[in-house]
Design a protein around this ligand. Structure first.
Ligand code: HEM
Length: 397
């Protein structure tokens, strides 16, 4: 029988803690028809995996309407790898893949360590918002340095990115739309100016590499160049900030698990996979059927959309023993936090290295850290995270 759901993805109670409602949905069906948005919801680990891997379920971009009004926003999406399927996806991804390969990323480790140390050196007083002081500036600096964005311009990046990603949530207002359109215009304008300034003086940064690809054998158009840079700057920090925040709050709420990491019993590399699984920073990614397909025994018609609920898949008891428990040493940990299939996160090796360095350095310097007050959540579901996390760095004795 067809399972249907009326779950309100914008309900504040659901956003505060989506996991009980997602568990109820999983118990109902692997794939449920979501009446309010007219698309399927993939709820279990198996159904999410099948959705993300199926070659006839793709990321198919359609420009928002009215097209003219949304053009600055649509252009940034239409022209980048994440919103395309092969062959465009393959071409766009290949141009930058080398820079994010494990070997290349490992060479950045000393610099990331230096940035982490400097940021913590600057923390004054015992009470600090760890997101603003540490978790945000670190990945922004790393991805900006990789691309060759001057330090003086980096302050703007987070704001543009936040206004653009607000569009991925449900129930957006006209105000959110306008803010995203303006941010897209400003961000594209900034990148175009950066490219113009850089093209006479190419270096070993990624923007220079992309300019070479555009001007060399024409593998990249000017619009694709701009969209690629914006994608990397946004994707290169948004999820990392929220993994750090969501994971740190989970650790602090499970003091026994925190002690296992602080003492070194559990390597930070292992713990951070559980930080990603337990409270996923990206809860939903959508695919569109390009032909009739079957997912978890349900027929999906050509043109229909399937939303993969990644946070739900990560709590599936069929795959994770004690799925609602936080086990810092959980191994194996086949979470889907970085996605699966063709669009598997390009930045996963970089994200893992940055998080390992930043979490380890924070715990080494402040092994007694504790929450100073209840952290403030963002009112969003698709990108799940906190607005502020105030810490008492010296903590309880
Ligand atoms: C812990 C932090 C991160 C998480 C949890 C994360 C998660 C994800 C997920 C789930 C996807 C797949 C989207 C889909 O299937 O539709 C993705 C794609 C992507 N991520 Fe990440 N990401 C993180 C950090 C990064 C970083 C640091 C970069 C740096 C460049 C990055 C760049 C990308 C890019 C370019 C894509 C698109 C790949 C494609 O379409 O082929 N991500 N990420």
């Amino acid at each position: 029988m067809l399972a249907t759901s009326r779950l309100d993805l914008a309900d504040p109670g659901f956003i505060a803690d989506p996991y009980p409602a997602l568990a109820a949905l999983r118990a109902q069906a692997d794939l449920a028809w979501h009446e309010p948005t007219g698309r399927w919801l993939a709820t279990t680990h198996a159904a999410v995996g099948a959705t993300l891997r199926h070659r006839s379920l793709g990321r198919i971009w359609s420009d928002l309407e009215p097209a003219e009004r949304f053009e600055p926003f649509s252009a940034l999406h239409r022209n980048q790898m994440m919103e395309n399927e092969p062959p465009a996806h393959t071409r766009l991804r290949r141009l930058v893949a080398g820079a994010f390969a494990r070997g290349h990323v490992e060479r950045l480790r000393p610099r990331v360590q230096e940035l982490a140390t400097d940021l913590l050196d600057r923390v004054s007083g015992d009470d600090v918002d760890v997101l603003a002081a540490y978790a945000e500036p670190l990945p922004v600096a790393v991805i900006a340095e990789l691309l060759g964005v001057p330090a003086s311009d980096r302050g703007q990046l987070r704001d543009w990115s936040q206004r653009i990603v607000a569009m991925y949530e449900h129930g957006r207002t006209l105000e959110v739309e306008q803010a995203a359109i303006t941010a897209s215009e400003e961000f594209s304008g900034y990148v175009r100016a950066l490219v113009t300034a850089r093209q006479g003086d190419l270096g070993d940064d990624l923007v220079s590499d992309l300019i070479r690809a555009r001007d060399g054998d024409g593998r990249l158009s000017s619009d694709e160049l701009v969209a690629s840079v914006v994608l990397l700057l946004n994707a290169g920090h948004e999820a990392s900030v929220n993994v750090f925040g969501n994971g740190l709050v989970a650790l602090l709420r499970h003091p026994g698990q925190l002690r296992r990491v602080v003492s070194g019993e559990v390597p930070v590399e292992v713990a951070l996979e559980e930080m990603i699984r337990f409270d996923a920073p990206l809860q939903l990614f959508e695919r569109t059927a390009t032909a009739e397909v079957e997912v978890a025994g349900v027929e999906v018609a050509a043109g229909q959309k399937v939303a993969a609920l990644m946070g739900s898949a990560n709590r599936d008891a069929a795959v994770f023993p004690d799925a609602d428990g936080f086990d810092a040493g959980r191994e194996p940990n086949p979470h889907v936090g970085f996605g699966m299939g063709l669009h598997f996160c390009l930045g996963a090796p970089l994200a893992r290295m940055e998080l390992a360095v930043s979490v380890a350095e924070l715990l080494r310097r402040f092994p007694r850290l504790a929450l100073a007050e209840e952290p403030e959540q963002r009112p969003t579901f698709v990108l799940r995270g906190y607005r502020t996390i105030r810490l008492d760095l010296r903590g309880a004795a």
